[in-house]
Write a protein that binds this ligand. Structure first.
Ligand SMILES: C[S@@+](CC[C@H](N)C(=O)[O-])C[C@H]1O[C@@H](n2cnc3c(N)ncnc32)[C@H](O)[C@@H]1O
Length: 229
């Protein structure tokens, strides 16, 4: 882990921070509920931002029950699904039984231990980092910088919500943790990566047939894409 950032924390404190966003997802009704909405997200904004090319090695950070990997495995030679929860990894081992281009890594919640430097073409995280503690986001950005190949890209969906000051993220709208486009951009530049685009989005904004507009929050999130020069 880098110690260059004002938010840097010792490893044991970081692991405790990682558990804050990990523990609620050991088992959750979220996974089944979310399964069917990804195709729409994919069509309206994910595919336009990362489609049109093939990736040799992709990391799906916070794989959950694998709905993103189900899409990513068709545009990648190999997908490594990473998660803090063994329960999620076990679910995905069953889901992708017989699929030969998906592997898994159980993380401590802050690192890609065992993944070699400059070996990854795409680091991807959707609907997960929005919940992570800021110091955990900080640690993962350093890992992105380490594992990406030169020319590799990142597609990271993170929070743009700055009102969860030290509070319980589960009490915030859509469980968003503290983060914003500018702070994420700071981490990216600090670690020698180059921001390509930051798209501020409201949750559900890109889904024309979203049913529940009561939950619509403009500017809640940000999708950052970046590259390693
Ligand atoms: C809301 S679910 C999203 C799962 C998946 N990305 C999707 O779109 O279906 C959040 C996921 O983040 C994982 N997670 C939480 N904290 C994590 C951390 N620090 N490192 C890796 N995974 C984490 C949880 O185990 C869970 O799988």
């Amino acid at each position: 882990m880098s110690d260059k950032s004002p938010t840097s924390a010792p490893a044991s404190a970081l692991a405790s921070s990682a558990a804050i966003s990990g523990n609620p997802f050991k088992e959750s009704e979220y996974f089944e509920l979310a399964e069917n909405s990804l195709e729409r997200h994919w069509k309206y904004f994910i595919e336009p931002m990362i489609g049109g090319r093939r990736y040799e090695t992709t990391i799906d950070l916070a794989i959950g029950w694998g709905r993103n990997t189900e899409m990513l495995r068709h545009i990648s030679d190999r997908v490594i699904g990473v998660d803090i929860n063994q329960e999620c990894i076990d679910h995905c081992i069953k889901r992708f039984d017989g699929v030969d281009n998906v592997d898994f890594l159980k993380t401590d919640g802050t690192e890609f231990t065992g993944i070699e430097d400059e070996s990854v073409d795409l680091v991807y995280c959707f609907d997960a980092m929005v919940h992570f503690q800021p110091e955990v986001v900080d640690a993962y950005v350093s890992e992105f910088a380490r594992v990406l190949k030169p020319g590799g890209i990142g597609f990271i969906h993170h929070s743009n919500w700055t009102q969860a000051l030290g509070g319980n993220f589960q009490e915030q709208p859509h469980w968003r943790n503290y983060m914003c486009a500018e702070m994420f951009s700071y981490f990216i530049h600090r670690d020698g990566l180059k921001m390509l685009e930051q798209r501020i989005v409201g949750w559900d904004e890109s889904i024309p047939d979203a049913a529940n507009f009561d939950s619509f929050m403009p500017n809640l999130d940000c999708i950052s894409t970046f590259t390693k020069p």
